[in-house]
Design a protein around this ligand. Structure first.
Ligand code: PMP
Length: 300
């Protein structure tokens, strides 16, 4: 696998080592940036980006929610994404879009700072282990929607995820699940969560402070293909303990079964999780005709 060589910055591909920002960039001081994580998968026809348009639409919405004016159209960003993936020749890889307040003036008010955009790609395997995720309930509560727009994939609010992730790792777990201010389950630090109980799938709604995950949406659609019902509903911590199966999902994580939560163990991936994980693999690699439209070839 070749290493990535260049990063797209404000319309140009620049060498990896020269993709720098000024230390007084507004986003570095105040968290004024939004981002996307998207994956390129190998298919029989070559590498293809999974659900690129949905990721770009979410980027546009994230910008609107935090008041950033995107200097590019979705069409331009789509072309730039494919150019970046192709230029790096990585095959399967992870892509990171970032829209950020750059260098202009200091102070909380960002009016004099430009809005800069970058797209980088690199090889990145699944972010959570295939042998099962050991989850802990974080002592940190999820950001509240009355404090920041929790549906925006904005960098500032990710401090909440970083704190919870470090707490989990330091305690010997793989990942944290966060409750919201009202005490209901929200999501993990970089993934959404689903439970399966009596054949029914349930996941918290966005109003619980969870990101509207594109993999979460994919899981719901694949569940429908399999004749399974999936609902978005408020979940209590104890609902997770009482579930037949638990899994987390996200672009980075894929679909990863939970092997324990707060020390309560599950046996292997349950049958529903296993079926969904197979269906997901078929979809992302272009082996499911019904979902071929989710894939945008890199070399179109
Ligand atoms: N929640 C959080 C906090 C995340 O960082 C991610 C990863 N983007 C997700 C959920 C899953 O979102 P997606 O499936 O769109 O990658």
């Amino acid at each position: 696998m070749e290493e990535a060589t260049s990063i797209w910055m404000n319309g140009e591909l620049v060498p990896w080592a020269e993709a720098r920002v000024h230390v007084l960039s507004h986003a570095l001081h105040y968290g004024t940036a939004v981002f996307e994580g998207t994956r390129v998968f190998e298919t029989a026809e070559g590498p293809a980006v999974f659900r690129l348009d949905e990721h770009l639409q979410r980027l546009v919405r994230s910008c609107r929610m935090i008041g950033l004016t995107l200097p590019y159209t979705v069409g331009e960003l789509r072309a730039a994404t494919l150019r970046t993936a192709a230029a790096n020749g990585l095959g399967s890889c992870y892509l990171r879009h970032l829209v950020y307040r750059g260098y202009g003036e200091m102070g909380v008010a960002a009016r004099g700072c430009p809005t800069d955009v970058s797209i980088a790609g690199w090889s990145w395997g699944p972010l959570l282990g295939s042998s099962g995720v050991r989850l802990m309930t974080s002592s940190w509560r999820r950001n509240d929607h009355t404090v920041v727009p929790t549906a925006a994939k904005a960098t500032g609010p990710y401090l909440n995820s970083v704190l919870a992730k470090h707490e989990a790792l330091d305690a010997g777990y793989d990942e944290a699940v966060l409750l919201n201010a009202a005490g209901y389950v929200s999501e993990c630090t970089g993934a959404n969560i689903f439970l399966v109980r009596d054949g029914l799938l349930a996941t918290p709604p966005s109003s619980a402070g969870a990101l509207a995950g594109i993999t979460q949406d994919t899981v719901e659609r694949l569940a429908a293909d399999l004749g399974l019902r999936a609902v978005r509903q408020e979940l209590m911590r104890s609902d997770l303990y009482a579930a037949d199966e638990l899994f987390v999902c996200g672009t980075g994580a894929g679909i990863a079964h939970v092997s324990s939560i707060d020390g309560r163990e599950f046996d292997g991936p349950g049958p529903v999780t296993a079926k969904l994980a197979d269906a997901y693999e078929a979809a992302v690699h272009g082996r499911d005709e019904r979902h071929r439209h989710w894939l945008t070839p890199v070399s179109a």
